[in-house]
Structure formats: C-alpha cells, structure tokens
Design a protein around this ligand. Structure first.
Ligand SMILES: Nc1ncnc2c1ncn2[C@@H]1O[C@H](COP(=O)(O)OP(=O)(O)OP(=O)(O)O)[C@@H](O)[C@H]1O
Ligand SMILES: [Mg+2]
Length: 325
C-alpha cells in the first residue's frame, strides 16, 4: 500500500512518562484519520514517531510502504508534515519561505516560484507575501506552515492541529484545501482539538488517552456507542411541565429528565423525525404551548466527553487575533 499508514504497538517513554503505551493504527490509502485525545494523550508523540522525528522504544510503523525504523530517510521523502507549532524561518518573507521549501525538494527555481505564488493565493497570504514572517500573526504563521507542507504533494501527509487558532473563515479555507488534497488521493493523518473538524473531514477516528487507543470507528459508529437520539422540549409555561412529562413518558424509551428552571424536558427515543411530529401533535392536543422542540443526536463532543471525561478544548495560544510580533 504505497499511501497507507500502519502502526503497531508503538511505545515511547520519556523518563517516567509513558507517552505512548502501545498504539496501533491503520490509515488506508486515500483516507483521512482523525486522531483525537485530551492534552497530553500522546497525539503529537504519535505523529513524531510516524514522521521519523522520534524513535519509538518499541513497536513498528510502515508509512507509504516504507519501514519507518529501518528506512527513515526514504519515509521523509514520501511525507509532508505540518506541526503543532509553526516551523517557518522568521527572517525570510512568506514568499521566500515557500520558495526555499521548493528548492529543498530540488524543484527548479521557476517551478518553486510558481508553486509559491499558487499557495500564497490559496492561503490568502498574497498581501503579506513580502513581509518577513516575524511580523505575521499566529494564524498567518500557521497558514504559511501548512502551505509549506504542501509545496510538493507527497502521498502521505501528517497535520498536527492544523487549524488551532485559525478564525472560522480560515478554518473553512483549510478544510477546502484538505478536501481537494484528499480527493487527489493523498492519505492524511490529522490531530485536532475541534471535534467538528474530525466529524467533517475524517473517514475514521481514533481516540487516544494516556498513550492508549481507547476507541475507534467512524464518527457515526462512535456516536451510536454513546447513546441514541433524544427529544428535547422547552415548554412555555412552568405549569405545563407535569403534563408535558406525561406526554413524553408515552413516547420515550427511558427516563425523562426535567430541568425545571429552563422549563426543559429531555427523553431518549427511537423513531426519529416521524416520532417528533407525533410528540408535537400530542402536546398541541393537550394545549401545551412550546418554545422549542427538537431531536438531538449525540455530537462528537458528547462522545469525547463520555470516553475521556474531558471536554475537548482548543488552546488559545496561537490565535488569529494575536498581535503581529
Ligand atoms: N520531549 C518530551 N520530554 C518529556 N516528556 C514529553 C516529551 N514529549 C512529550 N512528553 C510527554 O508525553 C505525553 C504525551 O505528549 P504529547 O505531546 O504527545 O501529547 P498531545 O496529545 O499531543 O497533547 P496536546 O493536546 O497538548 O498537544 C505528555 O505527558 C507529555 O508531557
Ligand atoms: Mg500535541
């Protein structure tokens, strides 16, 4: 499998810390794997092991058909990497940084120039192209770092938190770039703190915690594991809570929870939109006015919380708003 990523039993310790405690993962060629986990779970360490930047204590890894431990140089030539912390030369301009990467990959000067131009445009950096990157904001650096990873189009890409600190517009822009890349056949392993991003981009998701894989599957599979759908109702009058609760009991597949102060009732159901319509009719027949009603499915955030006991939270140390240094 020339474009696939395969890891088996990766272990990496730093003194007392067992950062990876036997990580297995498989990314079929041309697909996107979302690697999720709370801070310190081992995501960056996994990426560093797979990209030859760290040597695991034990385990094996094959990237793009090449044994990572036996042949790191060949692996390096077949992959692109964008790290959690942008690695750009502060004193070069954005354009120079991109051209330099092209030259490192032995592109002809003219081709490197053209590719740099294309990427500056794609990442909305044309206006800032001739400024030294030390004047860039955090979000601009991140975009430049991603552009640099894409100067050559390697069959396998690794992106460690590619959109942390990007504003919504630039996040969308990057998602589009990623989708185009993957539709062109690239295999991608990406870590992210934004579960919506994994939901949106990843074919498969692996959740790690304390250096272990604790869950894996498609977003839908993980959501199904966390529990099914619920009907949520907000009644207009507090006095109607009891009657509404009786109505919901008739439709529910479990206990109804009531948040008195919010006038909100929640009950697990099966039956989807059709059932929702029936609930609405019944509430109406009983003369219960509602402010809001909806069918809620578990989100990937719910999954993450139930698996790890943490709410996923992106760090804010590298934001678009950060003043130019
Ligand atoms: N070079 C190092 N020296 C010592 N400990 C390290 C080193 N790199 C990572 N660790 C430790 O290994 C564990 C995993 O770290 P890692 O950076 O892989 O986590 P992560 O999942 O990427 O977290 P984050 O979401 O914060 O980026 C942590 O306990 C971390 O402190
Ligand atoms: Mg990390």
């Amino acid at each position: 499998m020339p474009g696939a990523i395969h890891a088996e039993g990766l272990v990496k310790t730093f003194g007392e810390v067992r950062a990876l405690d036997g990580v297995d993962l498989d990314v079929p060629e041309g697909t996107v794997l979302g690697l999720l986990g709370p801070n310190g779970a081992g995501k960056t360490t996994t990426v560093r092991c797979l990209t030859t930047l760290l040597r695991p204590d034990s385990g094996k890894a094959v990237v793009a058909g090449i044994d990572v431990l036996k042949n790191p140089d060949a692996v390096r030539r077949s992959i692109g990497l964008s790290g959690q912390f942008a690695a750009v030369d502060e004193y070069l301009t954005g354009r120079e940084n991109l051209q330099m990467v092209g030259q490192l990959y032995q592109m002809r000067a003219k081709a490197a120039k053209a590719r740099a131009e294309e990427l500056l445009e794609q990442f909305d950096l044309t206006d800032a192209a001739d400024r030294p990157t030390k004047t860039y904001s955090g979000g601009m650096r991140r975009r430049l770092d991603l552009a640099a990873a894409l100067v050559v189009s390697p069959p396998v890409m690794f992106m460690d938190e590619p959109t942390t600190g990007l504003d919504p517009r630039n996040r969308q822009l990057l998602w589009d770039v990623i989708k185009r890349l993957v539709s062109g056949g690239t295999t991608l392993l990406l870590t992210t703190q934004y579960l919506e991003e994994a939901d949106h981009l990843a074919h498969d998701i692996v959740v790690v915690d304390h250096g272990h894989v604790i869950a894996q599957g498609t977003s839908d599979q993980l959501k199904a594991r966390t529990g099914g759908e619920r009907v949520e109702v907000v009644v207009h009058e507090r006095e109607h809570i009891r009657t509404a609760s009786e109505v919901l009991r008739g439709f529910g597949k479990g206990e109804t929870t009531v948040e008195e102060h919010m006038r909100k009732l929640t009950v697990p159901v099966t039956g989807g939109a059709k059932l929702l319509a029936e609930v609405i009719r019944e509430l109406d027949t009983r003369g219960i006015e509602i402010d809001d009603i909806g069918l809620r499915r578990p989100t990937l955030d719910d999954v993450f919380l139930s698996l790890t006991g943490h709410v996923a939270e992106a760090r804010d140390n590298d934001t678009e708003k950060e003043a130019a240094k």
